[in-house]
Design a protein around this ligand. Structure first.
Ligand code: SF4
Ligand code: SF4
Length: 302
């Protein structure tokens, strides 16, 4: 199923230290509302069935997002909004936002939560937002962003104490988190396959990856093109037929790293996006892997 992360605006009401959407430039870009409506029609024509309104903070523009959600509903698209819950200071305000989103056809609300977010948004907001979702029959989950340090235990306990539905999500060491200190990790050897949801930026640049990959500026490896010049369908086909991207999806990044000469005992020290950056944000390595993708590498992948 084709899905997309939709960046309506890069503006946010807060400034989390770990934000992967920020590049430090401090400038905000926003899509024009009429243009956004046209793009959603084009996404529907291109058989995109799921859309996630994502960072910056979409609900700064609640009225616009509700208009866009209604269009998505007309096309039968699954919709998600990712929010920091700044709007849920009281039960009444939380209910008002959730009701408007529900009436506009939103399928799921995803509440971002972490020790960084909660320096700016009271954690009670997350509880108000989640409880309002439950009350109004809106699907939700809390995305608990963590670097797996002990400092996060109290934050995790808080979610459990309030019986909220949550999933841990590793912090991505990109954007503002690029310079964060990293706790050494060692995982079991895993394939690290990546589904690679495309990300549409407010200036209509489309990337094959919605996370760290849009910051691989040495190579622009995941950049597909701009939707003003090329149709969304063509850009999706470009992503779906790229042999190296398909190796990332199906064989996994660990297998590619092994092929590229990384020792197995080194591979297990890398986080997935870090390993991906090592491989694909290096012009020399990218050239080698692209050259091999249709031949030797292909032989390793069933
Ligand atoms: S709430 Fe999200 S978009 Fe806003 S600064 Fe924090 S991580 Fe970035
Ligand atoms: S592993 Fe690579 S493709 Fe997947 S989210 Fe991370 S940077 Fe993007």
């Amino acid at each position: 199923m084709r899905k997309i992360a939709f960046g309506y605006s890069t503006r946010c009401n807060i400034k989390c230290e770990h934000c992967v959407a920020a590049d430090g430039s401090g400038e905000h870009v926003k899509m024009d509302l009429t243009q956004a409506k046209d793009i959603i029609s084009e996404l529907a024509s291109a058989q995109i069935r799921g859309i996630s309104f994502t960072a910056g903070e979409p609900l700064i523009y609640l009225d616009d997002i509700c208009e866009l959600l209604k269009i998505c509903r007309e096309y039968g698209m699954y919709t998600r909004v990712v929010t920091n819950s700044f709007w849920a200071q009281t039960v009444e305000r939380a209910d008002s936002y959730v009701e408007q989103l529900k009436n506009s056809g939103l399928s799921q609300l995803r509440l971002s939560y972490s020790r960084w977010h909660q320096k700016n948004v009271a954690r009670e907001n997350i509880v108000n937002a989640a409880q309002s979702c439950m009350k109004n029959g809106m699907d939700y989950f809390v995305s608990f962003v963590t670097d797996f340090s002990e400092q996060d235990d109290l934050f995790e306990d808080y979610l459990r104490h309030h019986k909220l539905i949550f999933f841990p999500e590793p912090v991505i060491f990109s954007g503002r988190a690029e310079s964060f200190e990293r706790i050494p990790i060692r995982t079991d050897y895993q394939e690290n396959c990546c589904p690679m949801n495309p990300y549409l930026a407010p200036n209509l640049d489309l990337y094959a990856c919605c996370d760290a990959g849009s910051h691989f500026t040495n190579t622009n490896f995941f950049y597909l093109g701009n939707a003003k010049q090329t149709s969304i369908d063509e850009l999706f086909v470009k992503s779906e037929t790229n042999s190296l991207y398909n190796h990332i999806r199906n064989m996994g990044i660990s297998g590619i790293a092994s092929f590229a000469g990384f020792k197995a005992r080194d591979i297990i020290h890398y986080r997935k996006c870090e390993l991906c950056e090592k491989l694909f944000n290096s012009p020399d390595m990218r050239k080698i892997l692209e050259g091999e993708a249709r031949s030797g590498l292909a032989a390793m992948y069933k």
